[in-house]
Structures are given as structure tokens and as C-alpha cells.
Design a protein around this ligand. Structure first.
Ligand SMILES: Nc1nc2c(ncn2[C@@H]2O[C@H](COP(=O)(O)OP(=O)(O)OP(=O)(O)O)[C@@H](O)[C@H]2O)c(=O)[nH]1
Length: 224
């Protein structure tokens, strides 16, 4: 299957799916996408939507700073001990795809220190359309694009748009102002993705992150 191309997604090399106590480890979901598409805002909104139902932690990846983690801390979306930051240096995609050790370590430290975690969200540093997560780091990945980035992004494809387990088209509230055609974006995405799901969100509008939260609930249900 396309998702299993080794050159795109290296073989899983994380530890097993079970903790030493026999419980299943937390489900790991990667959130990637171009700079400024709304990844941090999506992570924050997901934490708010799901934190009463599930035990959650977050790992953020920034190039030189801890800004995304600091934003999540400021917004108090989770207690501080559930948020970890990885500084990736020059190439954000390297830390989630090629040398995933710093991220794996952050995830495993959170699992150990918090205990009983059910969901870990790993936010990539903003990158381009080719950035995807290694299957050794995440169990599923969400790719966030936005309508202001141009409505031809789904047509252009690339691994994030074409193969992510969920494609999120965010900032639909801005569509009228930037002249983006949501119908066309949906049709182009379907051509690239076949049966893989696509949702449209506006984090400042009605419904907010709910379509993404609903998808995460489904994955969590299946995982447990
Ligand atoms: N109008 C509108 N603005 C949004 C929406 N979602 C996010 N934003 C804004 O878009 C900007 C970028 O959002 P972030 O969540 O920081 O984007 P990001 O993808 O994490 O950015 P990087 O980490 O820099 O790659 C912020 O000013 C958000 O408030 C949305 O649905 N509608």
C-alpha cells in the first residue's frame, strides 16, 4: 500500500505497543503542515476538546525556540508537566522523519513521568508540503493546510496532502476574503487521497476543531 513505501515512511523502530505493566501505550498522533496553517491552534483546541475524556500530553517541535510550547503553556491547555518541547535546529522535518530520537525520547519521558497517558499529540515545526512523520514516531498523522495558503494546494499534492491519515483544511472563515473555492479544494483533495478523509475547520468559527476531535476519538476508540 502507498502508505507503506519504505522510502517515504521508514520502518517502525519504536518500542512495542505495550507498557511494562501490560497496558497499551498512548496513541501517538502527529500534526504537520506548512508554516502558519494552524497546527498549534489545532493542538490547543484538541486539548480543550478532549482533555476531560482522555489523558493527553503534547510534544512541540520548533526550529530554534520553544514558542509553540510556551503558547500552549500560556493558554493553559494542559498542565505544564504534560507539555514538552523539542528544538529541531535547521530542518524541522528531519526531527520527525529521519532522526526521530529526540522526539521519541520526549514522548517516552512524558509517558513515564505522567503515567497512564492515552494520547500524545506531536506537533511538527512548520515546514513545506513534503514533511511527513516517520511511522516509528507516530501511529497516525494529521496534515493541516489553510485556505489562505492558496486553493491549489490540494491539487499540487505531495506526501502530506496525499497520504496523511486526516487532511484538515483550516481557516475556512477566510475563504471569502482570499477568494478560495472550498468545493474545488475538496474535489482536488479527493483526487489525491481517494478514500482518505478530509475535514474543513475554522478554529474561530462555529464547530471549531470538532471535526478533527471526532476523528481523534475514533482513532482512540480503535486503539484501545
Ligand atoms: N482566521 C483564522 N485564523 C486562524 C485559524 N486557525 C489559526 N489561525 C491563526 O493563524 C495564525 C497561525 O496559527 P498557528 O496555530 O500559530 O499556526 P502554526 O501552523 O502552528 O504555525 P507555525 O508553528 O509557525 O508553523 C495565528 O494567528 C492563529 O490565530 C482559523 O481557523 N481562522
Amino acid at each position: 500500500m502507498h502508505l507503506d513505501h519504505r522510502e517515504t515512511f521508514p520502518e517502525r523502530h519504536t518500542h512495542g505497543d505495550f507498557r511494562p505493566d501490560g497496558g497499551r501505550r498512548a496513541l501517538r498522533i502527529g500534526i504537520g503542515g506548512p508554516v502558519g496553517s494552524g497546527k498549534t491552534a489545532t493542538v490547543a483546541a484538541l486539548c480543550r476538546a478532549l482533555r476531560e475524556e482522555w489523558s493527553i500530553a503534547v510534544v512541540t517541535n520548533d526550529i530554534y525556540t520553544r514558542e509553540d510550547a510556551e503558547y500552549l503553556l500560556r493558554e493553559a491547555v494542559l498542565p505544564a508537566e504534560r507539555i514538552a518541547a523539542v528544538e529541531t535546529g535547521a530542518c524541522p522535518h528531519t526531527a520527525i522523519r529521519d532522526d526521530i530520537s529526540a522526539n521519541l525520547e520526549a514522548v517516552e519521558e512524558l509517558e513515564e513521568s505522567v503515567g497512564g497517558l492515552e494520547l500524545v499529540l506531536i506537533e511538527s515545526g512548520g515546514d513545506n508540503l513534503t514533511a511527513t512523520f516517520s511511522k516509528g514516531l507516530v501511529d497516525a498523522q494529521v496534515f493541516v493546510i489553510d485556505v489562505a495558503g492558496g486553493d491549489d494546494i490540494p491539487r499540487k499534492g505531495g506526501p502530506g496532502v496525499a497520504t496523511a491519515d486526516l487532511l484538515v483544511v483550516n481557516k475556512t472563515d477566510l475563504a471569502p476574503y482570499v477568494g478560495s473555492d472550498l468545493g474545488r479544494m475538496g474535489r482536488d483533495a479527493a483526487v489525491q487521497r481517494g478514500e482518505l478523509p478530509v475535514v474543513f475547520t475554522s478554529l474561530v468559527g462555529e464547530g471549531g476543531v470538532e471535526p478533527v476531535a471526532e476523528w481523534v476519538r475514533g482513532r482512540l476508540g480503535a486503539w484501545r
